[in-house]
Ligand binder design. Structure first.
Ligand code: IVH
Length: 721
């Protein structure tokens, strides 16, 4: 991003002496606490300048000063990856809707794409599709390929052929209303061409700036004494989000159509057909778009584009593949927020060479001890990198890397920098690195857990200290209040660390008794450094608002190993209430118990997850946390089923025998979408068995238990309604 305006340094009104000194301290000399403080200051400062630039159109610092702030933020985050804040400028996907633009809720969400990084990932993608759809050798699978444009996606709505609404992607669910700015883009038709235009049409694609136009624009900027843009993407972003459409009109933006949103009447049944329709309506489609019928053809296309990349007049960062048949696209559906039927094959990351000065150990929320390489700072892809993750002891061994070695580092997208290899023909480090067997934070023993699946030791060394380990306690508390968990505003890493240090909050329930204790405390929150009556009141309000959260958030917040958001949701759906979940998990500690069998019968729960859950509930201090929360009046709200009006909502379904019209994964995905729980075995809890040919003992068992059994045709009927 580039910034305009006079190079006037802004004074931070309330900055303390210490803060000013901190702002000048070299990144590699910052302690963890100082780094946390700096990241907070930078997040605030950068957000302020973003607002001045984008929303008020009144920047107050120069481009270079702004870039320096962002670089410092990135460098601190690279050094302390565990301190990355949720509101960090590096974490913002696109910008939040600016106050100056209205908001638009997308009628169909604007999703993102999964990534493939090498040829093998693409072959896996192809094979996954064949398997999911259960394609026979005689079935032709066609997949389209086109460049991945490095611009900004936009959604354009037409009613009765007239352009009525343009929106940015935003967070995918909600974007900004940029209708008037879109109207200024010559590539985008105001009225769709042709006679047979459906009443409602939403075309999606990428707004970008061509290289030649970008050069000309910067030339104009220079002549007018205005700041130049750093790259075409930033220029396009800055231009599209201008509050004054006249400014946008003076910027040479272009548009490639490649997808759609709401489209009640589909004018074609293939991806490639849709592209032809778009062209017919008057949109520009990418001229390199092609349709292939083998993975070899896709890869040849990718490598050809990679070679021609520098000769194209626009920036691209990879190639996108999409299944051509739309009925297959809808059968394939989505995983989380990306389609199963499409993938982005990214171009390789940028690399640089530097010296690894030392290896330090960081302890994470779950006690995982991660080695971090401290590097001699080096610029990789425009960002200064001074740290890289080494993952674990095996990785250090695999790379054969020693402190003092010259190494190749790489950055891939937003991923934390990595070490690719040691440069052998440079002087090598003297001593191999010895991985510590004690936690550097609390001195507890570190162990390598045995992976229950393989029976082999895990790659990760873990501190056994739990909540007694400060690294884990603070991390666990931070996780507990984080956005997808309890989501308590105003309780960030910095506050949690300070409260933890003063023993005000050492376990989750302390958060909810903070206000009560504060009333009788001699040192009140409002009198603490950095706090006042208003901010203390705000924090108590934020806490009080979160005394009841959805069960999946509650489960996720507990920080149980292997329980991310997806598993938390699965467990919340399966067990319904917190009380039931807790009782069942405690009962499941007995490997022979019915509770354990039930847990393992949930589709998606394997031995590793079951073990992690029962281990967690077997720990006294974890039960104390749950009790403490209950005593503090914290409640979990049960989740609602996805499709509450479907005939199988809230029911447990078992698929058995061979299914002929769909694959097992497809059937499972659809049933879950309809609000059902899918189990692998028939038990007293089963409500419905869908049996294909060859189903044996499960049908017998179902009959015995008086459970309804239906065939695949009947299921398809239910699923279609
Ligand atoms: S298809 C449901 N095609 O990449 C998938 N996306 O990571 C819809 N992008 O947000 C996207 N070129 O901004 C698609 N030819 C292309 C693309 C493309 C660029 C961007 C788009 C999207 C992101 C996904």
């Amino acid at each position: 991003m580039s910034k305009g305006g006079a190079a006037k340094r802004v004074k931070r009104g309330e900055a303390r002496e210490g803060g000013e000194a901190l702002a000048r301290k070299p990144v590699d000399q910052l302690t963890m606490d100082e780094a946390a403080e700096e990241l907070e200051r930078l997040a605030e400062e950068i957000a302020k300048h973003d607002k001045l630039y984008y929303q008020k159109d009144a920047p107050r610092i120069s481009d270079a000063d702004y870039d320096a702030l962002r670089k410092r933020n990135d460098a601190i985050e690279a050094r302390y990856p565990e301190l990355v804040r949720e509101d960090s400028p590096s974490q913002r996907v696109g910008a939040e809707p600016a106050a100056g633009f209205g908001k638009v809720v997308h009628s169909v969400p604007m999703l993102s794409l999964g990534n493939a990084f090498d040829d093998e990932d693409v072959t896996d993608f192809w094979n996954r599709i064949v398997k999911f759809l259960n394609l026979k050798p005689e079935d032709e699978l066609a997949v389209t390929a086109e460049p991945k444009i490095d611009g900004l996606s936009a959604s354009l709505r037409y009613e009765k052929g007239k352009f009525v609404l343009g929106a940015t992607r935003g967070d995918g669910r909600e974007g900004e209303n940029i209708t008037e700015n879109i109207r200024t883009i010559a590539d985008i038709p105001q009225t769709l061409k042709g006679d047979d235009i459906p009443d409602i049409v939403e075309v999606r694609g990428e707004v970008y700036m061509a290289h030649t136009d970008f050069e000309k624009l910067n030339e104009r900027q220079r002549e007018a004494g205005k700041p130049v843009f750093a790259n075409p993407r930033n220029a396009a972003a800055g231009s599209l989000r201008q509050l004054d459409p006249k400014v946008t009109a003076s910027r040479p933006l272009r548009f490639f159509a490649y997808a759609w949103g709401e489209m009640p009447e589909m004018p074609s049944d293939t991806q490639s057909g849709m592209m032809e329709v778009f062209a017919g309506w008057g949109f520009t489609i990418n001229p390199l778009f092609q349709r292939s019928t083998s993975v070899e053809e896709l890869l040849a296309f990718y490598h050809d584009i990679e070679e021609r990349r520098a000769t194209l007049d626009y920036d691209i960062d990879g190639v996108v593949y999409k299944v051509d048949r739309l009925d297959w696209q809808s059968r394939l559906g989505f995983v989380s927020r990306s389609p199963r039927w499409a993938i982005a094959h990214k171009f390789p990351a940028e690399q640089a060479t530097t010296v690894l000065e030392k290896i330090e150990i960081q302890v994470g929320r779950t006690g995982a001890m991660t080695p971090v390489a401290r590097l001699k700072p080096v610029t990789v892809g425009g960002v200064v990198v001074s740290n890289a993750t080494l993952h674990n002891a095996d990785e250090i061994e695999r790379l054969g890397v020693r402190p003092g070695d010259t190494v190749v580092v790489q950055r891939a997208g937003d991923v934390i920098p990595q070490i690719v290899r040691v440069v052998e023909d440079r002087p090598r480090g003297e001593k191999p690195f010895k991985f510590p067997d004690k936690c550097p934070e609390c001195g507890s023993h570190a162990v390598r857990e045995i992976n229950p699946k393989t029976g082999k030791p895990d790659a990760v060394m873990r501190c056994t200290g739990g909540l007694v380990c400060p690294a884990q306690a603070v991390e666990r508390l931070r996780h507990f209040v984080s956005r997808n968990a309890f989501d308590i505003e105003g309780l960030g890493e910095k506050q949690i660390s300070a409260f933890y240090e003063d023993k005000l909050i050492v376990k989750p329930d302390d958060i909810f008794t903070l206000e009560e204790r504060d009333k009788t405390s001699l040192k009140k929150l409002k009198d603490r450094e950095g706090w006042g009556a208003t901010s203390a009141k705000k924090l108590f309000e934020a806490i009080n608002q979160r005394r009841e959260v959805e069960l999946d958030r509650f489960i996720f917040a507990l920080g149980i190993r292997h329980v991310g958001e997806t598993n938390a949701r699965l467990l919340a759906r399966s067990y319904g209430t917190l009380e039931n979940f807790e009782t069942q998990m405690r009962a499941a500690a007995d490997p022979e118990s019915a509770a354990r069998a039930d847990l393992l019968s949930i589709d998606g729960v394997g031995e590793v997850l079951a073990e992690a859950l029962t281990d967690f509930f077997a720990e006294k201090h974890n039960l104390e946390v749950l009790d403490g929360l209950k005593k503090a009046g914290v409640k979990a709200i049960p989740l609602e089923a996805q499709e509450t009006d479907s005939p199988v909502a809230g029911k447990t379904v078992v698929f058995t025998g061979s299914l002929e019209r769909m694959t097992r994964s497809e059937a499972k995905a659809r049933a879950e979408q309809m609000g059902a729980k899918v189990a692998g075995s028939v038990s007293g809890k089963t409500d419905l068995v869908v049996a294909g040919p060859g189903a044996g003992s499960k049908i017998a068992k179902a009959r015995e238990l008086g459970i309804e059994v239906i065939d695949e045709d009947k299921w398809m009927e239910m699923a279609a309604n």
